[in-house]
Design a protein around this ligand. Structure first.
Ligand SMILES: [Zn+2]
Length: 246
């Protein structure tokens, strides 16, 4: 199997897993940088992530133009290209509207990494408000390259950026690592909300704890355990690369 075919299969797995684990609803999307051309990325045509198959994966240039495909693309595909253009080390991008995360997009309470599995989200999660650059009469969607670049600027060198009243964008070194981060992003938000409601001080991971966990090899067998288990649970274990579940 070619490197490109493997990337396409992994992107199908990522779509199915993120849908099945409740990270993406019908409107979220996940992409991976093209393995042979860093100036391109792979993303499904406009389709609910639970339905994505290898035939639905389309190549895009970083300005959001589909390469040799005229099927309707996601309106917010500009998020992906802008992040790949700004961050050469990023290998995968997710945009989602995960319900547990939404409260932190509309209040000044910072979303923090509070459980160890969520350490990849980092110690600071910035918030982007589309009104700041594009006024108060947009439909809230990232519909242009200019909007994507604005969002990528606010993301900076962080892993996640919240989008006011909308959702989040997340970027990671590899697809496996980014999917894992997004699964735990929602769970972490849920835990933080429940803990805050219970009262008392909410304790976040320290910078040292986050750094120690981020030093892990993102594609080690232990880190792939979730990927393999979630793929099986999403009904696409047959698309795994045969490395087996550690
Ligand atoms: Zn959106």
């Amino acid at each position: 199997m070619s490197v490109l075919d493997r990337a396409v299969r992994d992107l199908v797995i990522a779509n199915r897993v993120l849908a099945n684990e409740g990270v993406l609803d019908a409107y979220g999307h996940v992409s991976v940088r093209h393995p042979d051309d860093p100036q391109r990325y792979l993303l499904s045509r406009s389709l609910g992530p639970e339905h994505v198959t290898p035939d639905d994966i389309v190549e895009f240039t970083l300005d959001g133009t589909a390469v040799s495909d005229d099927r309707p693309p996601y309106l917010e595909r500009f998020i992906h290209g802008a992040v790949y253009a700004a961050r050469p080390e990023v290998g995968a991008v997710v945009h989602g509207h995960t319900a547990a995360v939404l409260p932190y997009t509309i209040t000044d309470v910072p979303l923090r990494a509070v459980v160890h599995d969520a350490s990849d989200i980092g110690s600071h999660i910035p918030r982007w408000d589309i009104r700041e650059e594009f006024g108060d009469d947009t439909d809230m969607l990232v519909r242009s390259e200019e909007m994507g670049k604005s969002l990528a600027r606010r993301l900076g060198d962080h892993s996640v950026v919240l989008m006011r009243g909308h959702g989040f964008a997340a970027a990671g070194r590899s697809l496996v690592m980014t999917v894992r981060m997004c699964v735990y992003l929602g769970r972490n938000a849920q835990v933080q909300t429940i803990a805050a409601a219970a009262g008392g001080e909410v304790v976040a991971l320290t910078d040292g704890e986050i750094a120690a966990r981020r030093a892990y090899d993102p594609d080690s067998p232990a880190m792939r355990r979730g990927w393999n288990a979630w793929a099986e649970r999403a009904g696409c274990g047959h698309l795994l690369d045969g490395q087996g579940a550690p």
